[in-house]
Design a protein around this ligand. Structure first.
Ligand code: GNR
Ligand code: NI
Length: 172
């Protein structure tokens, strides 16, 4: 099957707060499979379910280097328990804001609790790219985009550009 479409700004669904998963059942397992398919096809290193239009607290990720073996990871109902005072600046992109990249400052380290695909609870102390990516994806679950962390001038400029594109596409 072709991968499902990833929704892009200014789609209002990206601003929804996603609902917790009560139970990891077949529908969630199917959603996770579709998320990996869309994420790898894009290609991207992370995806939140809302990017497929599903407001559920589900995240897929694979931050393995390009030529290394795949390392698919699933985070269900992820919650940030702790953030470091130390900050880190990383260039971010988002599959829902195609071809736009900007530096974002975030806590350098986070402690996150989550469930795996079997519904088993875990905690991870994340640093580096994993810390950045987890925060980017958990933001999505709360209707927050990485452009919310940059200057208003830059944000307004990129939102305007994509709004114009969407309008043109709608008009044909
Ligand atoms: O593919 C992605 N790359 C990326 C790079 C830096 C920080 C975060 C990310 S996540 C992004 C995919 C995406 O939009 N996930 O929501
Ligand atoms: Ni994103």
């Amino acid at each position: 099957m072709a991968p499902r479409d990833i929704i892009v700004i200014p789609d209002k669904r990206l601003r929804l707060k996603s609902e917790p998963v009560a139970k990891v059942d077949d529908s969630i397992r199917m959603l996770v499979e579709q998320m990996f398919e869309a994420m790898y096809a894009a290609p991207g290193i992370g995806l939140a379910a809302i990017q497929l239009g599903e407001p559920k607290r589900v995240v897929t990720m694979d931050i393995a280097k390009k030529d290394d073996p795949k390392e698919p990871q699933v985070f269900i109902n992820p919650e940030i328990l702790w953030t470091s005072d130390e900050k880190n600046v990383h260039e971010e992109g988002c599959l829902s804001i195609p071809e736009y990249y900007e530096e974002v400052e975030r806590p350098a380290e986070v402690k996150v609790k989550y469930m795996d695909i079997e519904g088993k609870p875990h905690e991870v102390h994340a640093t580096g790219l994993l810390a950045t990516c987890l925060q980017h994806e958990i933001d999505h679950l709360n209707g927050i985009l990485f452009i919310d962390h940059i200057s208003k001038l830059k944000r307004d400029r990129v939102v305007k550009k994509y709004s114009k594109q969407a309008k043109r596409a709608a008009e044909g």
